[in-house]
Structure formats: structure tokens, C-alpha cells
Design a protein around this ligand. Structure first.
Ligand code: ZN
Length: 56
């Protein structure tokens, strides 16, 4: 049965290239907003973002 869905197709397989991209992203922007998961290069930007977007 070739047309049966592959059970492994649900799994997210990360290629080495994707891993590298993710690593670079985290390296480049290590400050992540815990409210919306946006990333920032500097802590100052994160603080400004929080004050602007998540202030209440
Ligand atoms: Zn945020």
C-alpha cells in the first residue's frame, strides 16, 4: 500500500541547515520576550518592547 500516509511524516525533522539557522538566530538575538516570543538583539530593546506592547 503505497498511498497510505506515512506515520513519520508528522514528525518535524530538523535539517542541519535549519539547526544552524536557529542557532544563529538565538545567538544573534538572545533576548526573547516571554509574552510573545519575539526576539531582540539587546536587552534594552526587549525592555522597550515590553514597555510598549505589554504594558498595562
Ligand atoms: Zn512581547
Amino acid at each position: 500500500m503505497n498511498n497510505s500516509p506515512n506515520p513519520e511524516s508528522n514528525q518535524v525533522i530538523e535539517t542541519p541547515e535549519e539547526r544552524k539557522q536557529r542557532f544563529l538566530l538565538e545567538f544573534d538575538k538572545p533576548f526573547k520576550c516571554d509574552k510573545c516570543n519575539e526576539r531582540f538583539k539587546k536587552k534594552k530593546y526587549l525592555r522597550e518592547h515590553k514597555a510598549e506592547v505589554h504594558s498595562y
